[in-house]
Design a protein around this ligand. Structure first.
Ligand code: S3P
Length: 449
């Protein structure tokens, strides 16, 4: 059932119109950060709407191992009794972050400036992913690390007993790297400065300010300069987690490609560092509207209404938009298959080091289902066949990647023959209610024995 367990083969069959309301779960990025910042605070943090996917549950378990008290109060409500900045205890055992790059990289940052040692591991997907992008800047604080060849997990971090603050230009567009450096900077004296050339999701900065840290962001010729004053006293907060735009992407995109559909996806966080997909879909001619736009907990929020869109056109996605929709390229490529013409996606080599090599996984699976895809290291092009003309009929591999599995199940909702996925188990990492939620809208997803 889980990404560690027995594979769960699934298939998706063409469905009638998708209609109704899709209540998607809480935001994964904000859920991880709520637990970690709660653990680094003094006093109690109350979280409602936490995503109870396996990735976040693994982070909750890790925070307990570092000494915080983390309690599931039921119904998405959680309580964290923190240990304060610099208060992490040394874990007794190896920290298993499962499938989660965000979990492991942020936690490594959070412990790297305390005089403790911790060993991290993950599943077969996470243990292939690059960690040097995090351990390189952590070494500047004085933390040491030893891992497998190529900077892979399992890996042990020896935290700096006497950390120094750091000025770091993030070499790849990565919110995880930025966040790891900022979390490490919390327990270093003086000011830690992180510079990112391309703005990535800014939840860590917003939430650090909310927990009481002094942190500023300004745009300069070098990019966005983020300055954090170290050794603050963070205090527990009440957090309402907005719903995840990256999960909303699946019912939204499914509605656009299934004839007759009309789906409402309420309460979606539309932070501009996350909302690139929805702009791109509108550029492609999608009937997608933002209803009831408002602000909640300092984040822009709206209800998304997506209707079947018969005239989708392929476009060139602006590369500068990549960071704001980095997790959404797999499902965008599915919509592109149902559009007329080519959808060109450039500046996306980060897709190759996600839970899977997402360009390769999608290109291989789309081709098997009758869609032409060209690819190179940093770009790919999907040639759409238009509505009614996507063959389907093939089995694809999900490569322990939740978004690959969900994307292909959406492809099968409007293709001429069903699409099979070898293992839908990883969906539980980020969207545990995907199957019942899509079924409630009218989708036909079956588990195969
Ligand atoms: C995330 C950052 C992104 C994203 C991931 C969540 C985060 O990863 O792909 O799903 O919560 O900070 P990168 O930092 O590798 O771009």
């Amino acid at each position: 059932m889980s990404a560690h367990g027995t594979p769960i083969p699934m298939q998706s069959l063409a469905a009638g119109p998708l209609t109704g309301t899709a209540d998607v779960p809480g935001d994964k990025s904000i859920s991880h950060r709520s637990l970690i910042l709660g653990a680094l605070s003094i006093g109690e943090t109350r979280i409602s709407g936490l995503l109870e996917g396996q990735d976040v549950l693994d982070t909750a378990k890790a925070m307990r191992a570092f000494g915080a008290e983390v309690t599931d109060l039921g119904g998405g409500n959680w309580r964290v009794q923190g240990v304060g900045v610099g208060g992490f205890a040394e874990p007794d055992n190896v920290i298993d972050c499962g499938n989660s790059g965000t979990g492991v990289r942020l936690i490594m940052g959070a412990m790297a400036t305390s005089p403790i040692t911790a060993t991290f591991t993950g599943d077969a997907s996470l243990n292939k992913r690059p960690m040097a992008r995090v351990t390189d800047p952590l070494a500047l604080f004085g933390a040491q690390s030893v891992g497998r060849e190529g900077g892979r997990l399992p890996m042990t971090i020896v935290g700096a007993a006497d950390p120094v603050p750091v000025r770091y230009v993030v070499p790849v567009p990565s919110a995880q790297v930025k966040s790891a450096v900022l979390l490490a900077g919390l327990n270093a004296p003086g000011q830690t400065v992180v510079i990112e050339k391309e703005a990535t999701r800014d939840h860590t900065e917003r939430m650090l300010a909310g927990f009481g840290a002094t942190i500023t962001s300004e745009d300069s010729d070098e990019g966005r300069v983020i300055t954090l004053t170290g050794q603050p006293e963070l205090t527990g907060q009440t957090i309402v987690v907005p719903r995840d735009p990256s999960s909303a992407a699946f019912p939204v995109c499914a509605a656009l490609i299934v004839p007759g559909s009309d789906v409402l996806v309420p309460n979606i966080g539309l932070n501009p560092t996350r909302a690139g997909l929805f702009e791109t879909l509108r550029d492609m001619g999608a009937d997608l509207t933002y209803e009831n736009p408002r602000e909640e907990g300092g984040e822009p929020v709206a209800d998304l209404r997506a209707r079947f869109s018969p005239d989708l056109k392929g476009i060139e996605v602006p590369p500068e938009r990549a960071a704001s929709m980095i997790d959404e390229y797999p499902i965008l490529s599915v919509v592109a298959a149902y559009a007329e013409g080519q959808t060109v996606m450039r500046g996306v080599k980060e897709l190759r080091v996600k839970e899977s090599d997402r360009i390769d996984a999608m290109a291989t699976g789309l081709r098997a289902n009758g869609i032409e895809v060209e690819e190179a290291e940093d770009w790919w092009i999907v040639t759409g066949r238009g509505h009614g003309n996507v063959p389907g009929g093939a089995e694809v591999e999900s490569h322990l990647d939740h978004r690959i599995a969900m994307s292909f199940l959406c492809l099968g909702m409007a293709s001429n023959a069903p699409v099979r996925v070898d293992d839908g188990g990883p969906i539980a990492t980020s969207f545990p209610i995907f199957e019942p939620l899509m079924a409630s809208l009218g989708a036909r997803i079956e588990r195969l024995a």
